[in-house]
Design a binder for this molecule. Structure first.
Ligand code: ZN
Length: 375
């Protein structure tokens, strides 16, 4: 028994020269019915590692049968990946509007009377049927939103995001693959999934509120939070079956096929634990899985414009008072101050990422670290 692999393209945008950009959608169907997992990479165009993982996963899926369906979307934002300045990819923001690509999704079910009506009608039904029927409603709502968004033409801020949301609508699990600047591997996990996220063996996780802030993970789990809230008002305790995570796979502007192998093991193991793959991958390693709340994920802003030499690697632990970075600023010669200065840790922590360049303006996000870490 093998999987059926279907590939198609969705036209996304026409460039002034007439060429078209499109999304590459790869749908893998197993021989048995089961959950649907949706995986996309590179919504931020400089964050490449997820594509290496998708490549490895596709290679795996060519010979290993699954239960259910997996949708793969490599290079989910072709415009962002193709926007180069010198050797760098200007991938995080829409170069036309300045908006962060991962803040342009829609919470299309918020205050929707349809969700309230749905909860009322389905209050006594079993979870499985609710899940099936609710996905149909979500599809309808998103198509309405898309029609409204494009009524006067294909307004590009938001159209990509709506298209990605539409592709993910009938999924049970969403993995949005990103990277940090120079970074460790970590997950963004909504509060309601804190326990279940432990099935993804990545080493660090930031626990975020069950709220909408414009990102893909939030855009896909909020309709379920909204449904849960409506059920609660009606006296039913509804357990959300849906899961969505942002998976940060190291540093931007690079891929590593070797690292993709261990990234893939974590994902295959998760799919196994969700009943989509029969056998657990043999070599998967469970790490410590350090957690912190989003409020304890601290950003050190550069105290001075300078050239910085980073002293602590992503993933490393440090103590209060340790030197995190050393800067040099030649203007200091003219202020009778030492050219070299230190940025010290204000509390114990784990370094998650740092600025990708040594040349940094004052006020930039120099270092991000987890504090008040727990297991
Ligand atoms: Zn990103």
């Amino acid at each position: 028994m093998t999987n059926k692999i279907n590939k198609r393209k969705i036209s996304l945008r026409e460039l002034p020269s007439g060429e078209e950009l499109s999304l590459k959608v790869i749908e893998v169907d197993g021989s048995f019915e089961g959950p649907h997992c949706y995986i996309q990479a590179s919504v931020h165009g400089a964050e490449h590692q997820g594509n290496a993982v998708i490549y490895k996963l596709l290679e795996y899926l060519e010979t290993n049968p699954i239960i259910g369906k997996i949708t793969l979307l490599p290079i989910a934002n072709p415009l962002a990946m193709n926007t180069k300045i010198g050797t760098y990819t200007f991938g995080r923001f829409n170069s036309n509007t300045g908006d962060n690509w991962n803040r342009l999704y829609f919470d299309f079910s918020k205050s929707s009377t349809e969700v309230y009506d749905f909860a009322k009608v389905h209050i006594d039904e079993d979870d499985k049927n609710i899940c099936k029927e609710y996905k149909k409603l979500l599809k309808e709502l998103i198509l309405n939103k898309k029609a409204e968004h494009t009524a006067y033409g294909p307004q590009y801020n938001g159209l990509l995001n709506l298209t990605l949301q539409e592709l993910a609508t009938d999924s049970d699990y969403v993995l949005d693959l990103h990277t940090g600047p120079i970074a460790a591997r970590y997950l963004y996990v909504p509060e309601y999934l804190e326990k279940r996220s432990e099935d993804l063996y990545f080493p660090h996780r930031l626990i975020i509120p069950n709220e909408f802030g414009g990102a893909m993970d939030e855009a896909t789990f909020m309709p379920w939070i909204n449904l849960q809230n409506e059920f609660k008002k009606l006296g039913r305790d509804f357990k959300i079956p849906f899961e969505s995570y942002t998976v940060e796979l190291g540093s931007e502007e690079r891929i590593s096929l070797i690292e993709a192998e261990s990234d893939l093991l974590h994902i295959l193991n998760y799919l196994h634990l969700r009943g989509m793959i029969k056998n657990a991958p043999k070599k998967v390693k469970k790490s410590n899985q350090l957690k912190c709340k989003l409020k304890d994920y601290k950003t050190y802003y550069a105290p001075k414009g300078a050239l910085y030499d980073y002293q602590v690697s992503p993933g490393a632990h440090f103590k209060k008072g340790d030197v995190l970075a050393v800067g040099i600023n030649f203007e200091n010669l003219y202020r009778d101050e030492p050219v070299k200065f230190e940025v010290k840790a204000l509390a114990d922590g784990v370094l998650i990422n740092h600025y990708p360049s040594s040349s940094v303006q004052s006020g930039a996000e120099l270092i991000q670290a987890m504090e008040n870490v727990y297991l």
